[in-house]
Write a protein that binds this ligand. Structure first.
Ligand SMILES: [Zn+2]
Length: 219
């Protein structure tokens, strides 16, 4: 679950320092309201008890969503000028919490690093938009006798492509067949040609020499 931490911060109006409670760890898959708040950019906004000013104190947030395969450290915007130092700190902290987090499954990727929540918010929003396409494609593909299989998430996300592809027959953890996937994509787009993410998948794979990497089998 998500949790808060206490920090001491000074209101930008120059008031006395105060203690505030801010979110320091967010489980995106378990706390939808917090995930949405992060996407909207209004996470960790506090009110100064002295003057009533609303502001965002400097605080680092760890965002984790094993379902979506996102592990991210969000540092305050103002830390950007010292990136190397914070990257080292991130690795140190990540190794400390890794054991506890991996109770829910292995974390294969290096954590993502952000300064300010805006960029991560955009990535999560893009995921949500593609998810709508995955739902439509699943429905069409099932009608065509295909099943949807997960692609390695970081591969799909890095190319802004939907995270599932149709496949006729497969065993968990087995690689995709390039030929079979192309055939299935053409059949899908033949039924619905408005799926722009799947059109991009088709053009990506038409020029590919290797099949897309499948997601690792779940434990
Ligand atoms: Zn104030």
């Amino acid at each position: 679950m998500s949790f808060r931490g206490a920090i001491t911060a000074r209101c930008p109006e120059g008031c006395e320092e105060s203690d505030y409670e801010v979110w320091s760890f967010i489980r995106g898959d378990l706390d939808e309201p917090l995930r949405e708040s992060l996407m909207a950019g209004d996470i960790n906004i506090v009110r100064c008890p002295e003057c009533g000013n609303v502001f965002r104190p400097e605080a680092t947030v760890v965002y984790y969503d094993p379902r979506a395969e996102v592990m991210a450290f969000i540092f305050p915007e103002s830390y950007r000028s010292d990136e190397a130092r914070w990257r080292a700190k991130m690795h140190e902290d990540f190794e400390q919490i890794r054991g506890a987090l991996e109770a829910d499954g292995p974390i294969s990727e290096e954590p993502l690093m952000f300064f300010g929540a805006e960029e991560l918010g955009k990535i999560l929003q893009a995921d949500d938009d593609l998810e709508d396409e995955v739902r439509v494609a699943r429905y069409v593909c099932e009608g065509l006798g295909y099943r949807m299989r997960p692609v390695l998430r970081s591969f799909a996300r890095g190319r802004s492509l939907p995270r599932m592809l149709p496949s006729r027959e497969w065993k968990e953890g087995e690689p995709f067949s390039l030929k079979e996937t192309l055939k299935a994509l053409r059949a899908l787009l033949g039924k619905n040609n408005r799926l722009s993410g799947y059109k991009r998948w088709l053009s990506e794979l038409e020029s590919a020499k290797e099949p897309p990497p499948a997601a690792a089998a779940k434990r």
